[in-house]
Design a protein around this ligand. Structure first.
Ligand code: NAD
Length: 484
């Protein structure tokens, strides 16, 4: 019922651009279609967001009132959890059980950040300057105010549609910002239901404005818009760089959560069964379409053959299929474009002499499925070793000691995540310090909590999401001085 009404609603959304098909990546059939909203819709959405912000209808509410509405969003998300999961599963092809596991976590973003609404405060400062210019005044104090940026554009990718939307919306709303939301053109469906939920929960008109359109049209217009104060973007490093350039017109602030090429180090003293299983899932889950997926595995030489064989065995045991196919635990890639891109990396690697331990081919069936792929004998200069593939493809390389492992792990322009598997406690923490990544996981992978900051080093991003840093990203600091 909800599903069909969303498929109908998106068809009817006004637009002026191209008609964009929404494709089921499992069957390659069209699910529905919509019209690119066009630049005029972007201007209108920004104007609505600006009017709502200037009226104070949202940020002017006491924090406890914003918090109550955010709790209602979370409660409604729980109520519609099956529908949200079904929409994401249909749209991305991820197993329904996986989508059902993720949605409650997304609702929790609103509860977590609802708690912050009543804890936004600045700091008071005793002014110590007795000489110089300030010294002209006998008695002074200063304090800071934390204020919402204003109108923020939220742009995110297709790999976790509800998750990506909530990770940005919850802190932005808690901070008091007005928002213009642009989901990926491949996966706009769950954002429509989320939009309905937000309205039903009582978020005032104009505070959340949804755009449905392409990145190069709607996204680009939003990013360049002179009346947008900040862009919070999750997506590829390539588009992140375009966003920085497009934002220069009004020097809008930019937060970027970008790509990764995350290393996983497995030492001979690790719990190898656990390391093999988790390192395998750490790349093959969601067909490798996760920003923190560990796509470069480094194994201490003595256990290299054992670990490589173990990971290949796990890869071969995974059952690829659609959400409705019994027993399937891994879905397809999102699109034909992505399938072609990933196969391009694999084919180039084969030509350049990499060894395909397992996989390396598309499944002989409908849908954008690639067999989980393990590659060895990879040269560090190869494109597939350096660039983010965002597919179920992992390279495995041996190392002899800490220095070599760290040097290889850090030999990348990315710095999103890194992992070490070792039972040597001192080594684990020494290595954590040396790895150039915004998140380091020790003897675990794919971990997440709303309270733990997440952000990229190097070309994996600017700024942080989650935790205190997550709400501060949507606030600016004003210093107020007073002569007493
Ligand atoms: P993408 O960069 O192509 O697109 C992301 C979003 O940006 C989409 O909504 C798209 O429509 C929009 N967009 C595209 N061109 C634009 C432009 N010129 N101006 C404004 N917006 C534009 O990324 P993708 O292929 O959809 O997603 C995969 C990428 O996302 C991977 O690189 C992955 O690592 C990254 N990602 C990062 C994180 C993180 O937290 N660091 C999380 C998930 C995904």
């Amino acid at each position: 019922m909800t599903l069909q009404s969303i498929l109908d609603e998106i068809r009817k959304r006004p637009g002026t651009g191209e008609v964009i098909p929404v494709i089921d990546p499992v069957t390659e059939d069209q699910i529905t279609e919509f019209t690119d909203c066009g630049e005029e819709a972007v201007n209108e959405a920004v104007a609505r967001a600006r009017a709502a912000f200037e009226s104070g209808v949202w940020h002017g509410l006491p924090g406890r009132e914003r918090a109550k509405i955010m709790w209602r969003i979370a409660d409604l998300m729980d109520q519609y959890a099956d529908d949200l999961a079904e929409l994401d599963s249909l749209n991305t092809g991820m197993p329904l059980a996986q989508a059902k596991m993720i949605v409650p976590t997304c609702a929790e973003f609103f509860r977590y950040y609802a708690g912050w609404c009543t804890k936004i405060n600045g700091t008071a400062h005793e002014v110590q300057m007795t000489g110089g210019i300030s010294g002209a005044y006998a008695d002074m104090h200063a304090y800071t105010l934390k204020e919402p940026y204003g109108v923020v554009g939220l742009i995110f990718p297709w790999n976790g549609p509800v998750f990506n939307a909530c990770a940005k919306l919850a802190p932005a709303l808690a901070a008091g910002c007005s928002t213009v939301v642009k989901p990926a053109e491949e996966t706009p469906l769950s954002a429509l239901l989320l939009d309905r939920i937000i309205t039903e929960a009582g978020v005032p008109d104009g505070v959340v404005n949804l755009l449905t359109g392409y990145g190069h049209t709607a996204g680009a217009a939003l990013t360049a818009h002179p009346d947008v104060d900040k862009i919070a973007f999750t997506g590829s490093t390539e588009v992140g760089k375009q966003i920085v350039q497009a934002s220069a017109g009004n020097l809008k602030k930019v937060m970027l959560e970008l790509g990764g090429k995350s290393p996983v180090l497995i030492y001979d003293d690790a719990d190898l069964n656990m390391a093999i299983l988790m390192a395998s899932m750490g790349i093959f889950v969601h067909s490798g379409q996760g920003c923190v997926c560990g796509s470069r595995i480094f194994v201490q030489r003595g256990v290299y053959d054992q670990v490589t064989e173990g990971i290949a065995t796990v890869a071969n045991s995974l059952k690829l299929g659609g959400p409705k196919e019994e027993g399937s635990n891994i879905g397809p890639l999102i699109s034909h474009k992505q399938l072609t891109r990933v196969m391009g990396f694999i084919d180039e690697g084969k030509q350049d002499g990499v060894e395909v331990v397992t996989g390396g081919h598309r499944l002989d069936r409908r849908g954008y499925f690639i067999h989980p792929t393990v590659l060895t004998n990879v040269d560090p200069g190869m494109r597939l070793y350096q660039q983010e593939i965002f597919g179920p493809v992992v390279t495995i390389t041996p190392f002899d000691d800490d220095d070599e492992a760290v040097a290889m792990a850090n030999d990348t322009t990315y710095g999103l995540a890194a992992t070490a598997w070792t039972n040597n406690l001192s080594r684990a923490h020494r290595i954590a310090k040396r790895l150039q990544a915004g998140t380091v996981t020790l003897n675990c992978q794919l971990v997440f909590d709303h309270s733990v900051p997440f952000g990229g080093y190097k070309q994996s991003g600017w700024g942080h999401e989650f935790g205190r840093e997550g709400i501060e990203a949507y606030m600016q600091t004003k210093s107020v001085w007073a002569q007493l």
